[in-house]
Design a protein around this ligand. Structure first.
Ligand SMILES: O=C(O)C(=O)C[C@]1(C(=O)O)C=C[C@@H](O)C=C1
Length: 93
């Protein structure tokens, strides 16, 4: 195997670990959507998002990666808000 093939195989392995965790995160989000609908709370919560970003900064072992992690989390939270909206729409259908 070439180095590139090995690196891609490692990426595949890491994705295999990430996907179930992301699936679980999205599943928890559908539960949050239900709780928020009951409590008449908006899906978007800027204060909570600030806490999530702060947590990333604290957790990151490589501080130079924080801007990239922040970009990834912005996309994750965008998708999370979408699934929460879809969940609330399904509940109203
Ligand atoms: O914690 C929440 O209230 C969520 O809905 C989850 C989440 C997230 O993905 O972390 C998504 C949307 C909110 O704006 C804040 C955070």
């Amino acid at each position: 195997m070439t180095p590139l093939e090995q690196q891609r195989q490692r990426i595949n392995q890491l994705d295999e670990q990430l996907i179930p965790l992301l699936e679980e995160r999205l599943t928890v989000a559908t539960e949050i959507a239900t709780a928020k609908a009951r409590q008449h709370q908006p899906i978007y919560d800027s204060r909570r998002e600030a806490v999530v970003y702060e947590h990333i900064q604290k957790q990151a072992e490589q501080q130079q990666l924080v801007p990239y992690l922040t970009e990834i989390y912005a996309a994750i939270m965008q998708a999370t808000k979408k699934i929460e909206e879809d969940e609330q729409e399904d509940q109203h259908a």
